[in-house]
Ligand binder design. Structure first.
Ligand code: UD1
Ligand code: UDP
Length: 380
């Protein structure tokens, strides 16, 4: 179902100035968080825009809670795509986005990251010759078994403006033959979001009591990558490793669990005793826990970055990462899903000096991106 609340757009289209309309496409938890600085910036500068929510994430704690926490406007459109196999989910978003773009004719479409929402949003726009702007362009894990790697590569190659968070990401794009004049190194909007929200998050101390932890005395975990949690052996390895880390450190292991992972733990009948599994948290509460954790173990992309920005050591439960900057500065280490390697990596990261550099920018990526869009005449 397409919901339309178009009044504010019409109001902006006064005849006194030329309005150029931008469409921000989002659909999942990390996209809402990482696009929030751009949405705020568009609001601050009174840039005409509308939000197309694909509905890829739809549960309250994977979707609405972030609009509430970040005080974001309700999206003008929601495609209600929901969950499904890659083809079905991507196809629904592709067809729905095409309908919205045809009817409302945005002058540019902006996507962020590497989800199916990004792939379908970018494809729909480019086939209609609407300029595509890709935020967080150029990330590469060089692992084509990850659906995200395919999504990133396709989105980058159909994009007209590519906002790379770091020089490393920009280098990948140049090496793949994307012309330099399309690429802008801006920093990652994840830093903007952390800086804009950390003070507010610090007041959310109730979550510490709720999950039963004290500052600096707990291990924080997330895991949701399909290649980890949809495979029994890998998911069991992660759980075993987590229990071992909890036992050795004597600290509680707090695991706000993604619905995909919750479902697979149930389906495989795995034993999660020794791990405090809690429902997924809102951004502010989660940010507070991240900032107070002794150590973070994760397979999330965004959380590798946030841990690095917050000065909290991270163990990545994967064999590769598209965030090599975190390995280079020393904030992160790759452990995979073998329990012994997870335990050894946790030991190593707990003894690391935390004074690494933040490679993801100064918290003004959103502003830079909007400046480029204005400079290119894509927004007035
Ligand atoms: C998606 C992205 C992934 C991103 C992640 C962020 C793709 C291919 N994957 O993975 O890159 O890191 O979002 O969290 O785009 N579910 C719910 N409620 C929801 C959403 C999902 O219960 O609101 C459950 C459903 O059982 C669903 C499963 O989670 O089948 C997976 O959801 P899906 O959007 O397909 O992939 P994610 O694992 O969330
Ligand atoms: N996050 C959250 N609550 C949680 C777990 C994660 O708010 O319970 C936030 C986290 O701070 C980060 C983002 O969700 O900004 C990461 O999303 P996810 O790990 O789902 O996706 P990825 O970054 O791997 O694509």
């Amino acid at each position: 179902m397409v919901q339309a609340f178009l009044l504010p757009l019409f109001i902006l289209q006064t005849p006194t100035f030329r309005v150029i309309m931008i469409c921000l496409v989002l659909g999942t938890r990390p996209e809402i968080i990482k696009l929030s600085p751009l949405i705020r910036e568009c609001g601050r500068l009174e840039v005409p825009y509308f939000i197309l929510h694909t509905g890829q994430h739809y549960s309250y704690e994977m979707d609405r809670v972030f609009f509430e926490d970040l005080e974001l406007p309700v999206p003008q459109f929601n495609l209600d795509a929901g969950s499904g196999l890659h083809g079905a989910q991507t196809g629904k978003i592709l067809a729905g986005a095409e309908r919205v773009f045809l009817e409302h004719r945005p002058d540019a479409v902006l996507v962020q990251g590497d989800t199916n929402t990004v792939l379908a949003g970018a494809l729909a726009a480019c086939k209609l010759h609407v300029p595509v702007c890709h935020v967080e362009a150029g990330l590469r894990s060089f692992d084509r078994r990850m659906p995200e790697e395919i999504n990133r590569i396709v989105a980058d190659h159909v994009s007209d403006l590519l906002f790379a968070p770091t020089e490393t990401a920009a280098g990948h794009l140049r090496r793949e033959g994307i012309p330099g004049e399309k690429i802008f190194v801006t920093g990652n909007t994840v830093v903007d979001a952390v800086y804009q929200n950390l003070e507010i998050a610090r007041k959310k101390t109730g979550v510490m009591d709720r999950v039963g932890t004290k500052e600096g005395e707990f291990i924080l975990v997330t895991a949701h990558r399909a290649e980890n949690v949809d495979e029994r052996g890998r998911l069991a390895g992660i759980l075993e490793g987590l229990v071992a880390v909890g036992v050795e450190t004597g600290m509680p292991v707090i695991f706000p669990v993604h619905p995909r992972t919750a479902k697979m733990i149930r389906e495989f009948g795995l034993d999660a005793r020794g791990i405090r599994i809690v429902p997924p948290l809102g951004y502010l509460e989660f940010l507070l826990l991240e900032s107070k954790a002794a150590l973070i173990l994760t397979d999330s992309g965004g959380i590798q970055e946030e841990a690095c920005v917050l000065g909290v050591p991270c163990v990545t439960l994967r064999e590769n990462t598209e965030r090599p900057e975190t390995l280079e500065v020393g904030s992160n280490v790759l452990a995979g899903t073998n329990p012994t390697t997870i335990l050894e990596s946790a030991r190593e990261m707990r003894s690391r000096d935390r004074r690494w550099e933040n490679p993801y920018g100064d918290g003004r990526a959103g502003r830079r991106i909007v400046e480029v869009l204005v400079g290119k005449g894509l927004i007035a």
